[in-house]
Design a protein around this ligand. Structure first.
Ligand SMILES: [Cu+2]
Length: 456
């Protein structure tokens, strides 16, 4: 028995390294001209290797992900792998000024994402975490495939949602922080909140339009045959009504829906089809029927959708922005966008129109497949969110009446170099919190503003 156990152990250790691979991508972060995904306005965006949208990434959980990022922009940039754990390598987390300095123009940085060690799978996304670069387009989906999925389905699609702006993010920010801009007006333009803890969000309250598009196996879906989108450099991808998901009767599909917005929450539903939620933000959950999904910024849900038995009609997919979040809804803004499910290219499109009432997903009622008891918290951090005018007349968002300024030395680098002073809270500027390793703490967020706000 003993020798069998030993030889098995030897076999496992000999085999395991060979199973793990490295999923490598080379990303040259570039400005891309003439992107016109909504067909309304060609603009410069931030893309990858001269293309937009940036390539969607799908990785096996046997592998690590290695992103070789080269910065061809004229300002520092970073990449943040949203939702991924970087246990003991937090300098790979990509938050400029918090976990790293931005990659300088003309320089490169390799992001090692330990997919095979983090114990995570499911639906994530990647975005710039420097200034508002992701508002300018530096964002894409990241799907992690375990060797065996919890739920059964025949095929899967990634559904990417996002608000869309015709102005560059620098112009949006300038309008907001301008001393001449009265606070009420400026707040309707851009809201920038930087969470000192780990994340930066740029809230842009003046979106111009919205996008929905699809990916599978690391590629985007082309426009429907016969359509000629006003796409410019983005005309190879089917956006909104120019895109469609092909369905075959009898099959069950997994849709991985990601909200990559800067600001807008979406309501999502499919005419003539029911959805069953099976994943929330990387956690598999027991099947939970849902007519309507609500996704705030950065949220992801996977749903199972079983195809209809008939091919007599195609059906509209709805993605409506939650306009309650906007201070004003400009006349030109169409907050409700559509795409479709196609059974037959010749069948008519069925659009059941608006729904009576929006409702949020009751996410607290979702049941994880692997239930883990929540450990008791040993401390509480209270953060009150406010937007107000500073003494110099500029408008800022703030936690507990203190706005965030990017430190010269990112917090993680201070932590790694300060030795025994690393736990001195004063080393990290205002609104910093020092907690003990493996402590569990609650964050209580209080929204002191009149508008709704997402946090991630
Ligand atoms: Cu994020």
């Amino acid at each position: 028995m003993r020798s069998v156990a030993f030889s098995l152990a030897a076999l496992v250790s000999a085999v395991a390294p060979a199973l793990a691979g490295v999923h490598e991508v080379w990303w040259n972060i570039t400005y891309v001209q003439d992107a016109n995904p909504d067909g309304l306005f060609p603009r410069q965006v931030i893309g990858v290797n001269g293309t937009w949208p940036p390539p969607p990434i799908e990785v096996s959980t046997n592998d690590t992900l290695l992103v070789h990022a080269f910065n061809s922009l004229d300002e520092p940039m970073t990449l943040h792998h949203h939702g991924m754990f970087f246990n003991s390598t937090s300098w790979m987390d990509g938050a400029q000024g918090v976990s790293q300095c931005g990659i300088p123009p003309g320089q490169s940085w390799d992001y090692h994402v330990p997919v095979n060690e983090s114990g995570q799978w499911g639906t994530y996304w990647i975005h710039s975490h420097a200034g508002g670069q992701y508002v300018d387009g530096l964002r894409t989906s990241l799907v992690l495939h375990p060797p065996k999925e919890t739920h059964q389905y025949d095929e899967e699609f990634t559904v990417i949602l996002g608000d869309w702006y015709h102005d560059q993010h620098h112009d949006l920010l300038d309008q907001f922080i301008n001393v001449a801009t009265p606070v009420a007006l400026s707040l309707s333009l851009v809201r920038s909140v930087r969470l000192a803890a780990s994340h930066t969000l740029t809230y842009c309250g003046r979106t111009d339009s919205a996008l929905i598009y699809f990916a599978q196996n690391g590629s985007y879906f082309s426009p429907i045959d016969g359509t000629t989108p006003e796409g410019g450099v983005t005309s190879h991808v089917g956006f909104n009504e120019n895109g469609t998901l092909p369905f075959v009767p009898g099959r069950t599909y997994r849709l991985r829906i990601v909200n990559t917005s800067a600001f807008a929450a979406f309501f999502f539903w499919i005419d003539g089809h029911e959805m069953r939620i099976i994943e929330a933000d990387g956690t598999d959950v027991e099947e939970s029927p849902s007519d309507l999904l609500s996704l705030t910024v950065a949220q992801r849900y996977s749903v199972l959708v079983t195809a209809r038995n008939d091919t007599n009609a195609n059906w509209v997919i709805h993605a409506n922005m939650d306009t309650d979040m906007f201070d004003t809804v400009p006349d030109a803004l169409q907050p409700n966008i559509t795409s479709s499910i196609t059974y037959s290219p010749d069948a008519p499109l069925t659009d059941l129109g608006p729904i009576d009432e929006y409702a949020d997903v009751d996410d607290l009622s979702l049941v994880p497949v692997q239930v883990e008891a929540m450990p008791p918290a040993t401390s509480t951090i209270e953060l009150e969110v406010m937007f107000d005018t500073m003494q110099d007349g500029t408008n800022h968002a703030m936690f507990n009446l203190v706005t965030w300024n990017m430190p010269l030395v990112p917090a993680v680098l201070s932590e790694l170099t300060l030795g025994e002073n690393a736990t001195a809270v004063s080393a990290y500027g205002p609104n910093a919190f020092v907690i003990n390793h493996l402590d569990v703490f609650d964050i209580v967020l209080k929204n002191g503003d009149a508008g709704k706000h997402p946090f991630s």
